[in-house]
Design a protein around this ligand. Structure first.
Ligand SMILES: NC(=O)c1ccc[n+]([C@@H]2O[C@H](COP(=O)([O-])OP(=O)(O)OC[C@H]3O[C@@H](n4cnc5c(N)ncnc54)[C@H](OP(=O)(O)O)[C@@H]3O)[C@@H](O)[C@H]2O)c1
Length: 299
């Protein structure tokens, strides 16, 4: 049985759906049920459920707010994962922990490999880098999965923000000089649920892996695809204008390039993401279709 922490987040909720679809036994705990910064709550949850594997999808993900709340980010992204990993080590249970492309500085030309030097340039990235190290220090039985630009049907994310803007604005101004790999929550959930049983069979190799949607784009490219996918359903065709990072100041400086090379996880565990374009189209259609269905039901 898989015990999932952070069960109420966008990744957590997709994991719940995906595990049910595969009939994989999984218990998901929300933050109120188990706060990962509370060692006693973690120990109690592990003792009560007796998992064969633990997955950590909990985290502080407000990238800009982390600049002014570094301690909150550090608690959830570094202290919590360290406590969780230590509890897993005591129980002899493997841990899969989710990390981020934001551990890199974004200066590399080309996609990042797992062995590339990390160098976070914002508070969120530093907290996640510290979390990775805390996991490594606490238990050898870990797999850290770095992912990027996550979107899906649950929670809040870039795709849903763009759909909201496309419904009301005639122009969307979107940054075109940051490169990365949009990753759908169904692809990520599938990857985690495919890796997990292989660890139990002793087939996998412990360590750090990259997993992200196939293909690289910019936020502008991502937004353009979302707008194109919703247009036939909504009739809305707002202009998507390319702007620079300098024209869209944020509190947290994002890496200019955070594309992830995902060939290692494909070789070791046989998981490969679908093209981000296909997933973006599919999720956009599902979200817009559901919204139209809701509106016609009300009318
Ligand atoms: N979103 C992205 O684009 C992205 C990119 C790369 C990596 N990641 C990583 O992917 C993982 C999942 O992210 P997500 O997108 O699913 O984020 P999310 O939607 O914000 O979900 C995170 C969940 O963690 C919970 N949480 C926060 N602090 C906690 C604590 N101390 N104890 C237990 N639960 C806690 C949150 O609860 P509350 O809502 O109550 O705070 C929320 O339900 C995170 O590790 C994140 O760093 C995300």
């Amino acid at each position: 049985m898989i015990l999932l922490f952070g069960g109420d987040g966008q990744v957590g909720r997709e994991m719940v759906r995906a595990s049910a679809a595969r009939a994989t036994p999984l218990v998901a705990l929300s933050r109120t049920q188990a706060d990962i910064t509370d060692a006693a709550a973690i120990a109690e949850a592990i003792q009560r459920h007796g998992p064969s594997i633990v997955i950590n999808a909990a985290g502080y993900t407000k990238v800009d707010l982390a600049e002014t709340e570094p301690e909150a980010a550090h608690q959830a992204n570094a202290i919590g994962p360290g406590l969780l990993a230590a509890a897993c080590a005591r129980a002899g249970v493997p841990l899969i922990h989710i990390s981020t492309d934001f551990v890199f500085d974004g200066e590399k030309q080309g996609a990042y490999l797992e062995g590339d030097k990390i160098g976070p340039i914002n508070s969120y990235g530093r907290s996640k880098a510290d979390g990775e190290q805390a996991v490594r220090d606490a238990t050898p039985l870990h797999v850290i999965v770095r992912t990027s630009w996550v979107y899906g049907e649950f929670g809040t994310n870039f795709l849903k923000t763009m759909l909201g803007l496309a419904a009301t604005r005639d122009e969307l101004r979107v940054v075109a000089d940051q490169h990365g790999c949009p990753t759908s929550t169904p692809d990520l959930a599938n990857a985690l649920l495919t890796v997990a049983p292989q660890l139990l069979g002793g087939k996998g190799i412990w360590g750090t892996y990259h997993f992200a949607g196939s293909g690289v784009t910019t936020w502008h490219g991502f937004a353009s695809r979302i707008v194109a996918a919703q247009a036939p359903l909504t009739g809305r065709t707002p202009r998507v204008t390319a702007i620079t990072t300098a024209e869209f100041p944020r509190r947290a400086r994002p890496p200019a390039n955070s594309a992830l090379d995902c060939s290692l996880i494909a070789r070791v565990f046989g998981v490969r993401a679908r093209p981000w374009t296909e997933e973006t189209d599919a999720i956009t259609r599902r979200l817009v279709g559901a919204q139209i269905g809701k509106e016609s039901h009300v009318a």
